[in-house]
Design a protein around this ligand. Structure first.
Ligand code: AMP
Length: 218
């Protein structure tokens, strides 16, 4: 039963690879970003608080995030594995996670900033099923329409140049120190490097699967 974290900067491909691995491995994916995007559609005190952080590209406070994570982990059927996408993002979150569950492996996506900036500013997402596209490098068959469910594609409001810059800064300052945290704890890493803009996701997923198999985790 796989218990994994997919780790990397915004736009590194966490969501894209995690959703493909979900299908191939039959595991659950907990995507904190997706959970918060659903939450902010509601009208509540909590949702307006979360929205104000997301709009700036800032992190939602740890206590809120950890409670949401716990609730979602509790919903996973017994015996089913999971991949955490977008959690943990701070040392505090990582320490809390440690008290909740063991982690078998970290899949670390290494992507240079110039690729991230280019990717995020051209990213589109299906409003219905969340599949990720890119108007330059991962085009849908019909412009603006999802290949899988024919839903409309949209651009995330935080995928704008100013917010992207802040999200990358937040990643560098608050999230990247987690690499040292997990290395010190001797959690195994699978490192996957992207060097070109047009790297096909399927190839990257195959590489991840091969590495997971080597470790008897797939
Ligand atoms: P993502 O879709 O993973 O890029 O997340 C979108 C936004 O949701 C982030 O910019 C944060 O505002 C918020 N968010 C997602 N995951 C976390 C987390 N683990 N801790 C704090 N904020 C988060």
């Amino acid at each position: 039963m796989l218990k994994a974290i997919i780790f990397g900067a915004p736009g590194a491909g966490k969501g894209t690879y995690a959703s493909r691995l979900q299908t191939k491995l039959g595991v659950d994916v907990i995507s904190m970003g997706d959970i918060f995007r659903e939450l902010v559609k509601e009208k509540s005190e909590l949702s307006s608080k979360v929205k104000s952080y997301m709009e700036k590209g800032a992190l939602v406070p740890d206590d809120v995030v950890v409670e949401v994570l716990k609730a979602h982990l509790a919903k996973i059927s017994k015996g089913k594995g999971f991949i955490l996408d977008g959690f943990p993002r701070t040392l505090e979150q990582a320490k809390k996670l440690d008290t909740i569950t063991k982690i078998d492996v970290i899949m670390q996506l290494i992507v240079p900033d110039w690729i991230i900036i280019e990717r995020l500013s051209t990213r589109r997402i299906c409003k219905n099923c969340g599949t990720v596209y890119n108007v330059k490098f991962l085009k849908p068959k019909v412009e603006g329409v999802c290949d899988k469910c024919e839903g409309p594609l949209y651009q995330r409001s935080d995928d704008n140049p100013e917010t992207i810059k802040n999200r990358l800064k937040v990643y560098q300052e608050q999230t990247s120190p987690l690499i040292a945290f997990y290395k010190e704890k001797k959690v195994p890493f699978i490192e996957l490097e992207t060097k070109t803009l047009d790297q096909p996701p399927d190839l990257m997923v195959e590489k991840l699967l091969a590495e997971l198999k080597k470790r008897n985790l797939a």
